[in-house]
Design a protein around this ligand. Structure first.
Ligand SMILES: CC(=O)SCCNC(=O)CCNC(=O)[C@H](O)C(C)(C)COP(=O)(O)OP(=O)(O)OC[C@H]1O[C@@H](n2cnc3c(N)ncnc32)[C@H](O)[C@@H]1OP(=O)(O)O
Ligand SMILES: CC(C)C(=O)C(=O)O
Ligand SMILES: [Mg+2]
Length: 557
């Protein structure tokens, strides 16, 4: 181990000592209260903070998704945030059932400015924070526990006094012991109790106590323990809405919020796609869709996923990863053969009214505006099932299994040689060039069928690479009569091994397609015929199959 890459400088996070935790036995059965912090925490983490227009576009989107609480900024910190707050209020843009939330530090001039920004609003959450962690007590504030409690209590008093100056607004207070995850639990409870001693919440008029994983420092189970421990020990629990606000430093922000809800949290703050400081805030979209995928109404609507992505990208100038849960471009796509096979089988047996049971697809892509067309895409990892799925979805060909087996190596070879994805158009071209080649030994001209009881007879003109020929044959049915004629022509033993046909639903002329596998002197060859006339389709299919045999190659030479 080199000196630079030295894990020994990081102490292990101490677990919470608890014997009576209840959260591991619980499950999420209803959505928490959601609060979007996209316009504040998300915005403060961007290289270039949003312009007023970008903020407005994102605000409109958040309303459309269904958020009822939205933190719109830190109005005392920047004129952009201040003006945006005023714009929403002055232009009457806040729907009746939506409450805006603003953040402020516990400093008198910032609190005064915050209330000025909110003047005239019907209802608002004023969110006060100060850090309580050991590190920030020691190195940022240079204060002991009592010093930090003093900041928090003075801030709470200033907020309450300022609110009293604006009696026409319905005020809700929120307090965050910032860096809660780096704070001793008993001290977090002490600070919150001190703040609530000032605010005097009641069950009818509760406060929001937000317990942020400002930096994610432990496994999510430890965070859940912290939340449950806090809920067990804080005073006036029935007058508090416990809120969580997780960040994603260890990649577990969603899990941490989910477990925190099990542990007693009533409310969850986060952002779309997890935009936010460093590795981001908790991704609300993922948490909400996780509930949706378990049959729980998330109380947020992500039906128009592509529009959500578009507005998000234009507001933040950030991409959405192609594998982002639920939203990414590739998350409902399978390239690998066994996945494609399973998806195809599940989808084909699906009954619209039954519960969703499709292997590899946790939700129905159609629920968020995605089509099945993109579910299966073909490259060198794909198999026959996926290729058949594409041909059926895009062009209506229902390849029988034996033809899938025959055709799959053609696509596989092409994919390996091109080292690229093979799109549906190319798959169709490969299908046509394999089974409907222009260049071939036998073409059908005029033909005549005579149907009698027991044996049909058929006569036909063929063109071959060496000239025109007339053939005649008899048999039990048209196919047998034609095969008989071809046996006479070629001197070979020809057996129809497989035969299948269907109407081509995608064809305007109601064409029939016919798939044939012949055994010609021991060699198996496949062909396809397509025509408005089923007999023509069968005969073409037989000739195309025969043209692919060694017998035809020999005849052409
Ligand atoms: C975890 C979070 O996301 S918290 C939200 C963070 N968001 C932001 O900071 C974005 C907006 N912030 C800003 O624009 C600025 O920081 C402002 C306008 C709020 C303040 O700016 P400045 O006065 O220049 O101070 P600065 O940003 O350097 O903050 C440090 C000072 O604030 C104090 N401080 C920090 N947090 C708090 C708090 N919550 N309550 C009271 N004082 C605080 C620090 O102790 C420090 O004081 P000092 O100058 O006496 O040492
Ligand atoms: C302001 C607080 C809640 C915050 O964003 C954090 O601690 O991450
Ligand atoms: Mg945050």
């Amino acid at each position: 181990m080199s000196e630079r890459f030295n894990f020994r400088k990081y102490p292990a996070f101490k677990p919470v000592q608890m014997v009576n935790r209840t959260w591991p036995d619980k499950t999420i059965t209803k959505a928490p209260l959601w609060c979007s912090v996209d316009l504040r925490d998300g915005n403060q983490a961007l290289i270039e903070p949003m312009t007023p227009q970008q903020k407005l576009d994102l605000w409109d989107l958040l309303i459309k998704v269904g958020f009822k609480e939205i933190e719109i900024g830190f109005p005392s910190a920047s004129s952009l945030d201040y003006d945006f707050c005023r714009k929403l209020i002055d232009e009457g843009r806040i729907p009746e059932d939506v409450t805006i939330q603003v953040l402020t530090q516990a400093r008198p001039e910032l609190i005064a400015k915050t209330f000025e920004a909110l003047e005239g609003v019907r209802r608002a959450v004023v969110h006060l924070y100060n850090s309580t962690s050991t590190v920030q007590r020691d190195y940022v504030f240079g204060l002991d526990r009592q010093g930090i409690i003093k900041i928090a209590q003075e801030g709470a008093k200033m907020v309450a006094d300022a609110a009293a100056q604006y009696p026409d607004t319905e005020w809700v207070f929120e307090y965050s012991p910032e860096s809660f995850t780096g704070t001793e639990l008993d001290f977090a409870v002490e600070v919150v109790d001190a703040v609530n001693a000032v605010w005097q919440p009641t069950p009818q008029s509760p406060v929001i106590v937000n317990l942020p994983a400002t930096v994610e420092m432990s496994t999510p189970n430890v965070y859940a323990d912290q939340i449950e421990w806090f809920c067990q020990h804080v005073q006036n629990r029935d007058s508090i809405l416990v809120s969580v606000h997780t960040h994603n430093d260890r990649g577990c922000a969603v899990a941490a919020s989910e477990l925190a809800v099990l542990a007693g949290a009533d409310r969850v703050e986060g952002t779309l796609f997890g935009n936010g400081e460093r590795t981001g805030n908790m991704d609300i979209l993922t948490m909400a869709m996780n509930m949706y995928s378990q049959g729980v109404d998330p109380m947020l609507d992500f039906e128009h996923m592509d529009e959500i992505i578009e507005v998000y990208k234009s507001a933040t100038h950030l991409p959405v990863h192609p594998r982002h849960p639920y939203a990414g471009e590739l998350v409902f796509t399978a390239f690998s053969g066994s996945h494609q096979d399973a998806i195809k089988k599940c989808l084909s047996r699906r009954d619209e009214d039954s519960i969703w049971e499709v292997a590899y697809l946790p939700i129905d892509p159609a629920d968020i505006g995605r089509s099945y067309q993109e579910v299966i895409r073909i490259n060198s990892q794909s198999g026959k099932g996926g290729i058949a799925y594409v041909l059926e979805q895009e062009y209506g060909y229902q390849l029988p299994r034996w033809l899938q087996i025959d055709f799959s190596p053609v696509v596989q070879k092409f994919a390996e040689e091109s080292e690229k994805e093979v799109n549906p158009t190319t798959i169709k071209e490969l299908f046509v060039s394999t089974y409907f080649p222009q260049e071939r030994q036998y073409h059908l001209g005029d033909y005549k069928v005579n149907r009698t009881d027991g044996a049909d007879s058929l006569s036909a003109d063929l063109t071959t690479s060496t000239g025109a020929v007339h053939v005649e044959g008899t048999g039990n049915g048209v196919v047998a009569a034609f095969v008989n004629a071809l046996e006479t022509l070629t001197g070979s033993k020809i057996v129809v091994v497989e035969y299948s046909e269907h109407a081509l639903s995608q064809s305007a002329e109601a064409e029939a397609v016919c798939y044939i596998q012949l055994n010609v002197d021991g060699e198996r060859v496949c062909g396809v015929g397509q025509s408005e006339d089923i007999i023509q389709a069968s005969l073409d299919g037989i000739l195309r199959a025969l043209s692919r045999s060694a017998v035809a190659t020999k005849a052409a030479a």
